[in-house]
Design a protein around this ligand. Structure first.
Ligand code: SF4
Length: 327
């Protein structure tokens, strides 16, 4: 079937993925493969802009790639690779930086946030982050970039750089990517208050054992007004119920009704959730265990992806260098 365009998306190597990553991004990555030619990049260079320690970068890259493959990324069709394995991206980053006003970069709210978060490490790469992102997208001739509402301004920035580059060089060497508005659900962690994330230790790893998953689910914060078993609950404020919406479609009406009349206790409600998450993840976990038996396989997949990515990158760089008149 003819594809509707080429999608690019990148994610930092954060190691083993959790439910938040899965529901917020990976599921969508897998689904996009049906309609688009997909280029999925593990952006290790981006990760360096905020890391204080580097020793886990390789391990985190392999673990994340393993999770992507087990979740259904099809490396025969999709180009899945590591950002730094295609050095042309840094070359394009340098060239695009000449077309990017510095003031715009330092004015970006995301830059200011990072400065506030890591005042001890305001590095040059942090300022140029959106330019490297523009290089990622344009190097692989992506026509479509899936973005959530909060990232729309980043993509607009890429589009601006492309327009400036093409206008000033008088050539159309770079493609202006279209935005594909995508709803990325914000998945709260076990604390029920903050976005699920490893650094907050409020996450549930996809590759956990069923027992570990159940133990994590049992710690989940529920409706704070439900102090006693006999107190009626409010599913709409409970993060356990939010996850039931994805993992327990059949039991959902029952849980909704029984929670409100205190017919079900939170412990039993969580046991149902843990059971359903485990059932849902069973095929993923089986596939992951099989893939993990051959650790070299994941690196072979990433190298194959990098080779295909480099072929596109070489073409783009030839056009870009010609456009800017490099001898
Ligand atoms: S019964 Fe379930 S939905 Fe209701 S408050 Fe407890 S955990 Fe939440």
């Amino acid at each position: 079937m003819a594809k509707r365009g080429r999608v690019f998306s990148g994610a930092r190597p954060t190691g083993r993925q959790h439910l938040g990553n899965y529901l917020g991004a990976i599921k969508n990555y897998v689904a996009l493969q049906d309609d688009y030619e997909c280029v999925y990049c593990i952006v290790d260079l981006h990760a360096l802009t905020t890391l204080d320690e580097f020793e886990n970068l390789r391990l985190n890259t392999a673990e994340m790639a393993l999770d992507w493959l087990a979740a259904g990324i099809r490396p025969d069709e999709t180009i899945m690779f590591v950002q730094s394995h295609v050095p042309q991206v840094t070359e394009l980053h340098t060239l695009l930086s000449m077309f990017t006003p510095l003031g715009k970069l330092t004015d970006l709210p995301t830059f200011k946030e990072k400065v506030a978060q890591q005042p001890h490490n305001v590095n040059y790469g942090l300022v140029g982050y959106p330019v490297l992102m523009a290089a990622d997208i344009t190097l692989y001739k992506a026509t479509v970039v899936p973005v959530g509402v909060d990232q729309a301004s980043h993509l607009e920035f890429t589009r601006e750089i492309v327009r400036t580059f093409n206008h000033r060089t008088g050539k159309q060497a770079l493609l202006e990517p279209q935005m594909k508005n995508t709803e990325y659900p914000k998945v709260l962690g076990t604390d029920g208050a903050q976005k699920m994330g490893k650094s907050l230790n409020n996450h549930i790893e996809l590759a956990s054992t069923p027992e570990e998953t159940q133990a994590r689910v049992m710690t989940m914060v529920t409706d704070p007004q439900r102090q006693r078993r006999s107190d009626p609950g409010r599913p709409e404020v409970c993060n356990v119920f939010t996850l039931h919406k994805t993992f327990s479609p059949n039991e959902l009406p029952m849980i909704d009704a029984e929670c409100r009349r205190a017919g079900i206790g939170c412990v039993d409600c969580k046991k149902i959730l843990a059971q359903n998450i485990n059932t849902h993840l069973e095929p993923f976990r089986a596939a992951r265990a099989e893939l993990a038996q051959n650790p070299q396989h994941v690196w072979d997949v990433l190298e194959d992806g990098a080779q295909r990515a480099r072929a596109v990158a070489t073409e783009t760089m030839a056009e870009v260098k010609e456009a800017v008149g490099l001898p």
